[in-house]
Write a protein that binds this ligand. Structure first.
Ligand code: ZN
Length: 341
């Protein structure tokens, strides 16, 4: 009960990439880089185990960007042909690569990483992949015409990938869909259908992580425009509750999302974000327990998986490690409290 996990990413150690910077370039190359990524993953697996995190990840130490890490191994994308595009409904304007041909995987993308992580922990293992809608909001389309069609093409590739990860012993595959609380109508029209295609045939647990993003300036500015209560989830949770995914995330620490919205997820395990990723202040175990306790007003403890609000990648390493320990200790505190009832 109250099985703890993290949204996915953790900081890169300073010998691997420049710290406290999102999407920092690698500091090594060739075989040294590959070894350093594995070393960094080992550090974070151990840190998670020691912190009492039940479902661990490789900390996304093998990739710079949560979408591009996958796309780099996909054929049909012209990286030279940049298209200027407003993404997340114009929250950021960036030059994105363009899909110009039929999409296919050049090779398995994360299989070796999952195999490595599986070999080094007896805990349950989670692996994160970008969701089809978020991928489609990160590349331009000069081939498929309709975004929904391109999303289905990506979902097919994600399904191939997910089946391989499952075969490597991954227990939980999470699709990251930060675009889900931006394009609410599309979620209902084709976003969930694309996720269903991505999880087709899987027997392992599946999850979708939706969020208001890392604690970076563009996101903080965007959040200011959302009003005193963030109710975007209200539009999509009923559809997600009827979906075939097992788990849905919600940021509950220092967020303006009304906690009552998780009451709409009556059939799901809820990853309750009890760690703020936009603050370097490390939570106390009591604060984490209080967030879990508040969520329990709307969802039974059996269906709560205490988690971080989002990835911890941009934080200083010691802060991230402290937050992992607070999460583990806070969940343990809450378990003891429940056992004593
Ligand atoms: Zn997130």
């Amino acid at each position: 009960m109250l099985d703890t996990t993290i949204a996915g990413s953790l900081p890169k150690p300073s010998w691997l990439a420049e710290p406290e910077k999102l999407w920092a370039a690698w500091r090594l190359s060739g075989a040294d880089l590959e070894q350093a990524k594995r070393d960094a993953a080992l550090v974070w697996i151990k840190e998670q185990e020691d912190a009492g995190i039940d479902i661990v990840t490789e900390g996304e130490q093998f990739r710079i960007h949560f979408v591009h890490g996958f796309l780099e191994q996909v054929a049909g994308i012209d990286w030279e042909k940049k298209t200027r595009m407003g993404i997340r409904n114009n929250r950021y304007v960036v030059d994105v690569p363009t899909v110009t041909g039929t999409l296919s995987r050049k090779r398995p993308v994360h299989r070796e990483e999952a195999r490595f992580a599986r070999a080094h922990t007896k805990n349950r293992l989670k692996f994160t992949l970008p969701g089809p809608m978020t991928i489609c909001d990160t590349v331009a389309d000069a081939r498929y015409g309709r975004r929904a069609d391109m999303a289905m093409a990506f979902a097919e590739l994600l399904n191939q990938e997910a089946r391989e990860l499952e075969a490597e012993g991954v227990d939980l595959i999470q699709f990251d869909e930060p675009a889900f609380n931006v394009f609410m109508d599309d979620v209902k029209e084709w976003g969930i259908a694309a996720l269903h295609k991505a999880i087709d045939g899987l027997k392992c647990q599946t999850a979708v992580h939706i969020c208001y993003g890392y604690g970076i300036k563009a996101n903080i500015d965007w959040k200011k425009t959302l009003g005193s209560e963030w109710r975007q989830y209200e539009e999509i949770f009923p559809a997600l509750n009827d979906s075939r995914l097992d788990q849905v995330s919600l940021e509950c620490a220092n967020s303006r999302v009304p906690l009552s919205l998780i009451g709409l997820l009556s059939k799901k395990t809820v990853m309750v974000g009890a760690i703020d990723v936009a603050s370097t202040e490390v939570e106390t175990p009591e604060q984490v327990a209080a967030t879990i306790r508040a969520a329990m007003e709307f969802v039974d403890a059996e269906r709560i998986s205490p988690c971080t609000n989002c990835g911890l990648a941009p934080l200083p390493r010691d802060v991230a490690a402290g937050k992992l320990r607070a999460l583990g200790a806070g969940a343990a505190l809450m378990r003891r409290e429940l056992a004593g009832r």
